[in-house]
Write a protein that binds this ligand. Structure first.
Ligand SMILES: [Zn+2]
Length: 183
C-alpha cells in the first residue's frame, strides 16, 4: 500500500475528520489528545477513500495561474512558516546557514548556496507540512554535501526516514502547483 503523506491539525474539536485539499494535501483534523498511533491507524483504514479523492483531484484540469494577490499571500505565509522550520532542522542537522529568501519561481522548491544562503519557493506553504520540511532538510543537508551523492541522501534519510514519500509527493502533485506559477 502506498504511504500517504498527511498533516495533523489538533484542536478543541471532539471528532476526527480527514480533508483532501488541492492539489493533494491530506489534512487530519482531530481532538488535542488523540495519539499519533491512532491517527496513523485511521489514515490507514481510510486509505482507499483518500486515494480515490486524490485520484479525482489529479484528474481535474489545471487550475488557473495564481493571481498577484494569491502570490503575495503565499509569500507572506511562506515567510511566516519557513524560518522556524529551518531553525529547528538546522539544529537537528548540526549545521548553520545564512539568509533565508522566499522566491516565486517555477523551477525549483529550494536551493542552498555555497555560502549557506537558503532560498525557498513560496509554493511550500501550499504543500503538506512534512513535505515542506523535507525540502528544508534537503537544502540544509547541502551544508554538508554540495552534491546529491549517496552520502548526501544517507544524511537526509537519517534526519527524515520517510523522505521518499515527500520527494514523490513533489514529483506527483507538486508539478500541478508549479504549473500555476505565472511565467
Ligand atoms: Zn539538492
Amino acid at each position: 500500500m502506498e504511504t500517504i503523506s498527511y498533516e495533523v491539525i489538533r484542536s478543541g474539536r471532539g471528532t476526527v475528520c480527514i480533508q483532501i485539499l488541492p492539489p493533494g494535501r491530506v489534512v487530519v483534523r482531530c481532538p488535542k489528545g488523540l495519539s499519533q498511533a491512532r491517527i496513523q491507524a485511521l489514515v490507514e483504514e481510510k486509505t482507499p477513500w483518500i486515494q480515490a479523492h486524490l485520484a479525482r483531484l489529479a484528474a481535474q484540469p489545471d487550475l488557473p495561474p495564481f493571481t498577484r494577490e494569491e502570490l503575495a499571500d503565499m509569500t507572506a505565509q511562506a515567510k511566516a512558516l519557513l524560518p522556524a522550520l529551518v531553525e529547528r532542522w538546522a539544529a537537528a542537522a548540526g549545521v548553520d546557514y545564512g539568509r533565508i529568501t522566499i522566491r516565486r519561481q517555477r523551477g525549483r522548491w529550494g536551493s542552498c548556496s555555497a555560502s549557506g544562503n537558503l532560498s525557498f519557493n513560496c509554493l511550500l506553504c501550499r504543500v503538506p507540512r512534512e513535505t515542506a520540511e523535507y525540502v528544508v532538510v534537503h537544502e540544509l543537508c547541502h551544508r554538508l554535501f554540495l552534491d546529491h551523492s549517496p552520502a548526501f541522501w544517507a544524511r537526509v534519510e537519517a534526519l527524515m526516514p520517510d523522505y521518499r514519500v515527500h520527494r514523490q509527493w513533489l514529483k506527483d502533485r507538486g508539478s500541478a502547483l508549479i504549473r500555476r506559477m505565472p511565467r
